[in-house]
Design a binder for this molecule. Structure first.
Ligand SMILES: Cc1cc2nc3c(=O)[nH]c(=O)nc-3n(C[C@H](O)[C@H](O)[C@H](O)COP(=O)(O)O)c2cc1C
Ligand SMILES: C=C(O[C@@H]1CC(C(=O)O)=C[C@@H](OP(=O)(O)O)[C@H]1O)C(=O)O
Length: 388
């Protein structure tokens, strides 16, 4: 069974990831992982933390001579900022040595601070914010890229991009496929398809920054050449769209997930929302893709279209009202440092978790012990479906 776990605080020494159930026999391209990590650090509207970090992956288990062994894979990413936080974040400093500096007492509305403090009985809300920080998503992107390298071996391709910034839809007006979207977004800092909109969107972000505010948006991931029949209608917890939705909701600040035309489908007549079935020798397909590639919790062979709605970031330089957890006085919420928007890295994180779910599904539907055998089984399955 494919599973993964991450550990590490935002200003602690490092992030750690362990993956179990990754097939043996895949040659790993480390440069590709590092390039995904660099992309996640970028994007218009990011804060100053990214000037400090230079995310690079280190592999400490499960890979030998650049090839996966089938054993658990362990990964680390160093936090460069730890050197500035050593006194405060050192895992081994004793309680008496612990600095009282930079304790967090004024919880930020919308972040995990207050409820995390209540639940875990923390009196310093730093104990909450360090782990609830989206710094952790760097590891999910590293694991996602490793999984993307596996999907490439199965001829499955995907891309994540920014569909909406705040209220402004910038979308994919021509319904471009994965390769065309990749081509369009590589030329700009916003991962939007229509680069002519870039100046306008940058202005929107600049304006939010100027007023100490933040922005969210909508991210879209498109996946091509996924075989039909991944997931199952037979029990609620085997529905693959549900598993993807849970995984996307597991990303910091995601507040909604939909597929294809999503909530818009609820306003349409059935005749406008279903995708008519077509067949030609060796191929079943649909005449449209309003449902985003899922029927009955199963992939139907059309491209997967996953939409994720991200709320605006909770840390506001123009801070909202909060209450000091010690004095109970009304005070402005804590602010240390923050992004104005994180839609660009978020598009890559959503892409990463969709990739991870696909690999999880493929390696359990088929034998996931070895890449060669997995390729053979997926190819045979594709053949069988083509001739159904
Ligand atoms: C890539 C990424 C970067 C983020 N950067 C920030 C940030 O700089 N400031 C902030 O307040 N929230 C940021 N967030 C969102 C918070 O981590 C998130 O809102 C918080 O953990 C509370 O969880 P929830 O919004 O899922 O309820 C970021 C999220 C992502 C995905
Ligand atoms: C560190 C990252 O994002 C962080 C996510 C984050 C949050 O609250 O989620 C708050 C900020 O943390 P800091 O105060 O340390 O700058 C972001 O920089 C990252 O993406 O690598």
């Amino acid at each position: 069974m494919f599973t993964y776990l991450t550990a590490g605080e935002s200003h602690g020494p490092q992030l750690t990831g362990i993956i179990e159930g990754f097939p043996a026999g895949m040659t790993v391209d480390i440069q590709q992982i590092n390039s995904a990590l660099t992309k996640r650090q970028g994007g218009y509207g990011r804060g100053n933390r990214q000037k400090i970090e230079h995310d690079q992956i280190q592999i400490t288990g499960g890979i030998r001579h650049q090839t996966t062994l089938g054993s658990p894979i362990s990964l680390t990413i160093q936090n460069q900022d730890f050197s500035h936080w050593q006194d405060i974040m050192d895992p081994l400093a004793s309680g008496s040595q612990r600095s009282n500096l930079r304790q967090v007492k004024r919880p930020r509305p919308g972040h995990a601070d207050l409820v995390g403090g209540m639940k875990y009985r923390h009196q310093d809300l730093r104990n909450v914010l360090e782990r609830s920080s989206a710094r952790e998503t760097a590891m999910r992107v590293a694991i996602g890229n490793l999984c993307e390298q596996l999907l490439q071996q199965l001829d499955i391709h995907l891309v994540g991009y920014v569909y909406q910034v705040g209220p402004q839809v910038v979308g994919n007006p021509e319904h471009l496929g994965v390769a065309a979207i990749q081509q369009q977004i590589q030329t700009n800092e916003l991962r939007i398809v229509d680069s002519q909109q870039e100046a306008k969107i940058k202005e929107l972000i600049d304006q939010a920054k100027l007023t100490g505010d933040t922005l969210g948006g909508v991210l879209q991931v498109i996946v091509e050449n996924v075989p039909a029949g991944l997931g199952s209608y037979t029990s609620w917890d085997t529905k693959f769209d549900a598993q993807i939705a849970a995984s996307v909701m597991g990303i910091n600040a995601m507040k909604g997930v939909s597929f294809g035309d999503g909530f818009l489908n609820s306003k349409k007549l059935g005749s406008q929302a279903m995708d008519p079935i077509a067949h030609q020798p060796g191929e079943w397909y649909r005449l449209s893709n309003h449902l985003g590639g899922f029927e009955g919790g199963m992939t139907n062979g059309m491209p997967l279209i996953v939409n994720a709605a991200m709320k605006p970031l909770p840390t506001l330089y123009h801070a909202l009202q909060s209450v000091n957890i010690d004095t109970k006085e009304v005070q402005k919420a804590n602010v240390e440092r923050s992004d104005t928007t994180a839609i660009v890295p978020a598009a890559l994180v959503v892409q990463s978790v969709v990739t991870i779910e696909l690999v999880k599904q493929l390696t359990t539907t088929f034998d996931g012990s070895n890449l060669g055998r997995l390729q053979e089984q997926v190819a045979a399955y594709r053949q069988e479906l083509a001739h159904y």
